[in-house]
Design a binder for this molecule. Structure first.
Ligand SMILES: Nc1ncnc2c1ncn2[C@@H]1O[C@H](COP(=O)(O)OP(=O)(O)OP(=O)(O)O)[C@@H](O)[C@H]1O
Ligand SMILES: [Mg+2]
Length: 405
């Protein structure tokens, strides 16, 4: 098998339910699909690696599968991260340029961004991402583009930091290392998904990208083209499955199958007369329940999820500034009627986030659970090539600074 070529990139979504990998390559300046694979994950709970050895083994099998179809070994990956330990904070820094106004240089911008960036996190946290929010010139805020060439005597920058628990980060990296992989970067899952699913005007107007995974729901709010808030809710798609398994005494695999085939959270679409068979556990007899029973069970979990989502949006201070509403990604967003229920409860527009397809990619990747893979690929490539999705403003400013060197 050939070694990983320097122009090929592998992005891995290490999830609570499944691991997914996408391999792409740069060919004549264009980003092209090479291979992908999806396999069940192991050793994770609520987005956290709890058993490094089993997580590593599942990852090793995933990589072996994609290597076989691509004919190249994978040595280095970009990997997702989520979980309740994720935090976001706004950091600010400023400096006087001169007693009188003068033109702002690339070096000034680099220095003020460094000042804003180099502020410490608590010891058990590490910085994941630094995203530029805005500049202020002579204390006049709201400059969202690069201020290079503008005039001022004082320059300030506001950046949004996304940090993660150091232990949670290390466990992901260790699992990858045990599977023979180096981790080039960890990316907060919704930040990457946003790159693949959000439209320019949505990021401007205010939008929450809500990634409903198996173990948790993680979100990011954008406004004025920049991240403003991140949050994680400890409920994901697997909670619905577990509720069905426990309430109707059926094995989790059957509960999952029934949820996907018949699950709806909207009581109005539940047919009273439709009967659903729930296999029993072991020797237990199967039971037959109405579609309405199934729907009621899912709906009460959805109500709890909505309450927590609403609380997080309230806490962020952005709930009433989401002009473009919510975009749902992750496999959990496929639950029947969840989109409509969210829209009605929050009184906000809600749509499904379908990632743009990379050239040559199969149609099956245009699905909400693959948003991370596509978005992380766009982000990783954004320093090398123009993408179908616009690179983040932060990336564009850094590119401009590099070009001036
Ligand atoms: N058709 C469907 N209807 C309802 N739920 C679904 C459907 N398809 C997938 N799901 C749910 O989506 C979840 C898996 O989504 P996803 O692959 O995004 O999670 P993950 O990335 O493995 O988990 P996490 O991000 O929490 O670590 C599972 O809980 C699964 O039950
Ligand atoms: Mg996920």
């Amino acid at each position: 098998m050939r070694r990983q070529s320097p122009t090929s990139f592998a992005v891995v979504d290490l999830g609570t339910a499944s691991n997914k990998v996408l391999v792409t390559a740069l060919s004549q300046g264009r980003l092209q699909y090479r291979a992908h694979a999806v396999r069940p994950s192991a050793g994770l709970k609520k987005g956290l690696v709890l058993n490094v050895a089993t997580a590593a083994e599942a990852l090793r099998q995933l990589i072996a599968q994609v290597e076989t179809s691509n004919g190249q070994t994978i040595e280095k990956i970009v990997m997702s991260i989520t979980g309740g330990h994720i935090r976001g904070v706004v950091r600010q820094a400023g400096m006087t340029l001169h007693s009188r106004s003068r033109d702002i240089t690339a070096d000034d911008v680099r220095r003020v961004l460094d000042l804003a960036q180099n502020q410490p996190w608590p010891e058990d946290y590490s910085l994941l991402h630094v995203e530029q929010q805005e500049f202020a010139l002579d204390r006049q805020s709201g400059v969202h583009q690069s201020p290079i060439g503008m005039s001022a005597s004082r320059l300030e920058a506001r950046v949004f930091h996304i940090g993660a628990g150091a232990g949670a980060m290390q466990n992901r990296v260790t699992a990858a290392n045990h599977a023979g992989l180096a981790v080039a970067e960890l990316m907060y899952a919704p930040l990457a998904a946003a790159e693949a699913c959000l439209r320019h005007e949505e990021r401007e107007m205010g939008v929450a990208l809500v990634d409903i995974g198996a173990g948790c729901t993680s979100l990011i709010i954008y406004a004025h083209q920049a991240p403003q808030h991140v949050g994680v809710i400890p409920i994901g798609g697997d909670h619905y499955t577990n509720d069905l398994a426990i309430s109707f005494h059926t094995p989790p695999a059957d509960a999952e199958r029934i949820k996907r085939a018949f699950g709806v959270v909207d009581a109005a679409s539940a047919g009273d007369r439709t009967q659903i068979e729930f296999p029993g556990v072991g020797e237990q007899a199967q039971s037959t329940l109405s579609h309405r029973d199934l729907c009621d069970c899912l709906r009460s979990r959805a109500a709890e999820w909505l309450r927590l989502l609403e609380n997080d949006l309230d806490k962020s201070g952005w709930r009433h500034h989401l002009g473009a509403g919510l975009v749902l990604t992750g496999g959990g967003a496929r639950l029947g009627g969840l989109l409509e229920l969210t829209q009605a409860s929050l009184r906000l527009p809600v749509r499904l986030g379908i990632p743009a397809l990379i050239e040559g990619a199969p149609d099956e990747l245009a699905a909400p659970e693959f948003a991370f893979l596509t978005g992380a690929t766009f982000r990783s490539h954004s320093f090398h090539v123009r993408q179908p999705a616009p690179p983040s403003r932060w990336a564009r400013i850094l590119q401009k600074l590099d070009a001036l060197d």
